[in-house]
Design a protein around this ligand. Structure first.
Ligand code: AKG
Length: 257
């Protein structure tokens, strides 16, 4: 097959609604005899399971001071956010951050707002420019609305960090402490595949608790829990149909200075 195959396998990365299935599998599906491949079947079944688990908004949870709002965003708002993020990623492409120790992180990231979060040999910091040059795009209005509704209408965040978790990506336990004023919470929005959030303590070490975050869940990390260690152990790749290529997007909105 030549040219761009509209029924290709979802490739890695932020496909944001691009057509997602491979043509031989679609042929098999509609009965022309080709053999479906295992990856495609796994994705179809995982998405079906995700659909069956679809829930309405649940009561708020509290996890070591993190305020978790399960199902805060309905499907239409999630899809609208993904559209806005597609426009951000077109102007400020996802990149693979390197740790100060020179190791590639498994998530890919970009940012929107006055500042973006970057890392490299000089450490972790906020920067007014994308590593490829140029300013970061504006934070999409749908994201700002969630911040204004749940955090404050008095001041908007300076940075919306966008993390994309492909298959196998994770994020180690860490504190968000590169901001000047910890009285402002960090607002986290989950889109796409389920992600296993691990929450520790305000100092390194000690026991941890875990909670699966689903698409549309929102977490407010503030107050006494503002500096609580947290991370994402793994995702259930293909568990959501929001991103046709699979994967998870997490947005964290931060007041920086
Ligand atoms: O992906 C998540 O749910 C958490 C992301 C996070 O901890 C961060 O960006 O600092």
């Amino acid at each position: 097959m030549t040219g761009r195959d509209p029924f290709r396998h979802p490739g890695p990365g932020l496909s944001f609604g691009a057509a997602g299935d491979c043509w031989p599998c679609v042929e098999a599906y509609i009965g022309r005899g080709a053999t479906p491949c295992k990856r495609w079947l796994a994705m179809v079944f995982a998405q079906k399971a995700g659909f069956l688990r679809e829930r309405t908004a649940m009561t708020e949870l509290e996890l070591r001071g993190f305020r978790i709002l399960p199902g805060y965003l309905d499907g239409a708002r999630q899809a609208a956010l993904v559209d806005g993020l597609r426009a951000v990623a077109a102007k400020a492409p996802l990149f693979t951050p390197m740790t100060p120790m020179g190791r590639a992180m498994s998530v890919r990231m970009t940012s929107a707002g006055r500042y973006g979060w970057v890392s490299g040999s000089s450490g972790y910091r906020y920067d007014a420019a994308h590593p490829g040059g140029g300013p970061w795009p504006d934070i999409p209005g749908g994201v700002l609305q969630i911040w204004r509704d749940l955090v404050s209408a008095r001041r908007d965040p300076d940075c919306c960090l966008i993390n994309y978790y492909g298959e196998g990506a994770r994020m180690g336990l860490h504190q968000d402490r590169d901001e000047a004023d910890f009285s402002w919470p960090v607002l986290s929005i989950s889109l796409g595949d389920d992600g296993l959030l691990r929450v520790g303590n305000t100092a390194r070490g000690g026991s941890t608790v875990s909670h699966w975050l689903r698409s549309g869940d929102v977490v407010v990390m503030g107050g006494d829990a503002r500096l609580t260690y947290h991370g994402v152990d793994r995702i259930r790749f293909g568990s959501s149909s929001l991103l046709s290529g699979g994967g998870r997007i997490n947005l964290t909105c931060r007041v920086v200075d």
